[in-house]
Design a binder for this molecule. Sequence first.
Ligand SMILES: O=P(O)(O)O[C@@H]1C[C@H](O)[C@@H](CO)O1
Length: 267
Amino acid sequence: MFPDLNTGFTYEDCKATADWLLAQTDVRPLVGIVCGSGLGGLADMLKDQVAFNYKDIPNFPQSTVHGHAGRLVFGTLKGRDCVCMQGRFHLYEGYPIQKITLPMRIFKLLGVETVMLTNAAGGLNQDFKVGDIMIIKDHLNIPGFAGNHPLVGPNDERFGVRFPCMSDAYDRELQQLAMDVGHELGFTDFLREGVYCMLGGPSFETIAECRMLSKLGADAVGMSTAHEVVVARHCGMRVFALSLITNLAVMDYDSEEKANHEEVSGG
Ligand SMILES: O=P(O)(O)O[C@@H]1C[C@H](O)[C@@H](CO)O1
């Protein structure tokens, strides 16, 4: 169950990857963005792009999921230098958890101070509708509970402390700002906040599992984000995250609904 300690990357490996990237672009990002399934269009909005396919970046894993492009895009958004992952890595792709969270440490070494993550998620909260956007206020890291946690293994203090606090994982000021801006833009009807639950996947949940997660306090369920947030917070970056509710979790044995990846990824 525990990942092989030798599969993690050292500080020097991460530094080599960050330095390789910095040598090829003048963009010096303070903001790092992770695009969820079907949400990669945000990266296309960056101006003056310098983009790298994951397969060309030293030490990077490769996206194997339909709906995830597999590019790291540098550029400017509203005049600010940004870096954007167009496609992320998931546990169910078979990589060790230390490998799929490597980009967070690369972000840190590129100079990123704030990470913004998005994902597609199934709504567990009975008040949610498909198309709602949920500002994530907290998470349940279920693989982490089971010992598959990205900070397992030797701790390098240059990244962060051995036992990082997670009660402030999601930055409250950024949540409030997003809520205020959302209301100003007239998004009140579909803007929510809630707790995201990460599972390992790749199967979608059973009805009993959905009912259990709802009782545990989760508002939405997905297969990503929490592992990245833990690593981003460990190395001191601020975190803001959103779920797009792409489907409603099936909670009722009379329902004919079936979750599927096409619906989740918008194609
Ligand atoms: O990267 P995200 O979390 O948006 O990917 C979506 C949600 C599940 O991980 C997976 C299932 O279709 O795609």
